[in-house]
Each structure stands twice: as C-alpha cells, then as structure tokens.
Write a protein of this length. Structure first.
Length: 415
C-alpha cells in the first residue's frame, strides 16, 4: 500500500507543477514558446496555452477504491465548532445541522462561540433551549469590553482589574455550565497594547486566567499562529499561493507580525508555566507541517492536547507519518472540524480517519481551498478511533460525558 501511495502523490505533484510558471502579473501560464508551424499551432491550441491556475481543474484518472462512508463508526464529539460565528443566530440552520449531526453520528458539538460576561447566556440559550444534550459551550474573553474597538488604549484588558474581573466572569459562567475557554488567533496576531504593539501570548497579565481554568478543570482551546505558508512571501514558491492570492489579508508575512516560531514558542511557555491547566491546541497545534515537532511538544508538556479541525488536508498528504503520529499519541488527539460544514466535507473526515482510500479530496469545494493537493486515508485501528472520536474529549471536557450518553439515546430515537 505504501509504495502505491507515494507513487500516486509523486505523479500528482509532477502533473500539477510540470510546465507551469508564474508570470509577472502573478497568473500561472504554461511555459511554452510561441508556436512556429501550423501543426504546432494546432497542438498548442489543444494544449490550451493560456490556461490559468485559477481555471485548472485536473481530473484524476486513477481507478482507486472509493469507500462511501455516510457517517462515523462511533458517536463522535466534535470539539471545534462555531455555531455562533457561522450560523449568526439562525435557528432553522441550527436545527438542520442537528439533523445532519444525527445522520453523521455526531453526538455532541463543542461550540467555541460563547462569550464571558453578561452575554454568556445569549449563546447557551441559542443552543440549549432546544438541544441541551447536543452542545457544550466554550467562551471567549472579552478583551475590548467597554472600550472602543479601534482604540486599544481604552480596552478592558489594559485595566489593572482585568485579570480579577475575568476570573470572576469565568467562575460565574462555570456555575451556568461553561465547559472551557477559547482563544482566537487574534490573541498574538491582532489584539494590541496601548502603544500599538501586539499583546504577547505569555504576558504575565493573563496568568490569572490560565490558573483559574486549571483550578476549575476547564480546558483551554487555543488557536495560535496559522499555516507555515502564511508566514512566507506570497510568491511562486509558496505552496498556498492560490489561496493567498484570493485572500491577501490571510498572509502574516512581514508587516510587523511576529514570526510563527515566536508565537508557537510563547504559547508553549504558557503551557509549561501552567501544568495543571489543560490546553487543546487547535489545528494540530498549528504545526501539522512538522509532526516531529508536535510530537516533541506532546512529550515535553503532559497537559498539551491537539485537535484535527481543518487540518485533514495537511495530515492526509503525509499519511504514513500522520498514521504513526495518531496511533502514538492516541490519548492526546481530539476530533474537530471547525464546522458546521456542508455534509460532504464531514464524509471526508470519516474517510480520512477510517479508510485506506487513496487520493481523494478533503473539501467539497471544486478548487481545494487549503493547498492544491488531495489526501490519503490513514485507516486507524478501532481502539484508536474510539479515543479520538469521543473518549479523550469525555476525559477532558467537563459536563460532556453525561450529555454524550443522553445524545446517543436521542440519536437512536431519531433513527
Ligand atoms: Zn475555529
């Protein structure tokens, strides 16, 4: 199996890079000289010399195995969802996605869109009034608070009583059913100090937050930095060029941003300083391009965990290493998607984790949105699958196990 995989990958890379160059206006064109004879003109027309990367839709000629998985093998906990951000309070879409959860065998979703403070119950009401057992809620710290968004000097997080107030908000939300905290990538790449510099992830001012979560047994789901390619120049060597050319604002190259290594190291210093607090590092600790480093971190920090959301594209292009990693660290990996997504995308998660299918898409989008490649399944052993799908989440996230059992019953009735 392994040889076949590597070979297919090679062919794809050759097919998608061979003969393509970046022209000065950043459109990719075939590197052919102007044709000389009529015969060459004809050939060049069928070769479509003017093809641009954005129009390139190669169809694989492989007749590989296609395992149709319509749902997960075991009832799943999805620890990374955005039911506030993506649904914007739309109750119909919420209910429709709960139906999709039933179809796909997703028992409980962790919504990361709660807000600490007075607004905490807005999000819990939205989810719990009708679907109490299907959601647990993580909340975000309100850095701006009563301040003005465009004037960091006025933000709550720079007031002397900030740490104390947030601790109070955490304790209050904890009584109302809070299961953890969520930190966005803006923490390190967006939020500012009064002098306009970016706030530091390991600033001592945030220590009371980490400490309190440790005391209350609330895990922190933290998104730090972004894919490695987003910190490099958007040029012809950038493997995410296609995506960055559509979203230039996703690039963190230059412009005064800290390096990716600096951000990840600052996050790791916080994890080291607070061994009693559990950290779920989003998107494979945002370093799936370098699984060896992630493995070293997991060895070094027993309170560190990772989750898979929106990174099967990265893991699935290195199936041997990914499989080895997921088996070795089966107690430290949680399942996540970053959804709610269209149902087709969910099936790619099942297919990636459960089958040995080769060279399939990782997204329902016609043009792969996170790197111009396809992926391979890692066919995990069932015991590993069970840990990643639900057992690790049950162990880590307060309130989850009871809901999970009730959700399983609900799903059985709905079937
Ligand atoms: Zn997310």
């Amino acid at each position: 199996m392994h040889n076949k995989l590597g070979f297919a990958l090679l062919i794809f890379v050759a097919a998608t890079t061979g003969g393509l160059i970046v022209s000065s206006n950043q459109n990719l064109r075939t590197a052919q000289q102007p044709p000389q004879s009529n015969r060459q003109v004809q050939e060049s027309n069928t070769r479509d010399d003017g093809l641009q990367l954005r129009d390139f839709r190669p169809r694989s000629m492989l007749k590989g195995r296609t395992t149709q998985l319509k749902k997960a093998r075991y009832p799943v906990v999805d620890v990374h969802t955005h039911f506030g951000f993506r649904l914007k309070g739309d109750q119909q879409r919420r209910d429709a996605f709960v139906d999709a959860m039933n179809r796909h065998n997703i028992a409980v979703c962790v919504s990361l869109d709660g807000q600490l403070g007075g607004a905490f119950t807005d999000h819990t009401d939205f989810l719990w009034k009708k679907h109490k057992n299907r959601f647990v809620v993580f909340a975000r710290v309100d850095w701006v608070g009563r301040g003005k968004r465009d004037d960091p000097k006025t933000w709550d997080c720079h007031r002397a009583d900030f740490g104390r107030n947030v601790v109070e908000q955490i304790r209050d939300a904890h009584k109302k059913g809070l299961s953890g905290l969520k930190f966005l990538k803006q923490f390190g790449l967006g939020y500012k100090n009064p002098d306009g510099s970016l706030i530091k992830i390991d600033d001592r001012r945030w220590d009371p937050i980490w400490k309190t979560c440790g005391e209350l047994g609330l895990p922190i789901l933290i998104h730090t930095a972004d894919p490695a390619a987003f910190f490099l120049p958007t040029d012809k060597t950038n493997e995410r060029w296609e995506e960055l050319s559509r979203h230039p604002d996703w690039s963190f190259h230059g412009r005064g941003f800290p390096s990716r290594e600096e951000l990840l190291a600052a996050r790791n210093r916080v994890i080291a300083r607070h061994p009693r607090t559990k950290f779920i590092c989003a998107h494979m600790a945002n370093n799936p391009e370098d699984l060896k480093s992630v493995a070293q971190w997991l060895e070094k920090y027993p309170n560190m965990y990772v989750e898979l959301a929106s990174r099967i594209g990265e893991l699935g292009r290195q199936p041997y290493s990914a499989r080895e990693f997921l088996i070795e660290y089966r107690d430290r990996v949680l399942f996540g998607t970053d959804g709610p997504w269209p149902e087709l995308r969910l099936t790619y998660y099942w297919r990636f984790l459960e089958t040995l299918d080769e060279y399939f898409p990782y997204s329902e989008k016609e043009f792969p949105p996170q790197g111009f490649w396809r992926i391979y399944g890692v066919g995990l052993p069932r015991a590993v699958l069970a840990k990643i799908y639900f057992q690790n989440a049950q162990r880590l996230i307060p309130g989850l196990k009871a809901k999970y059992e009730l959700a399983k019953k609900e799903m059985r009735i709905k079937k």
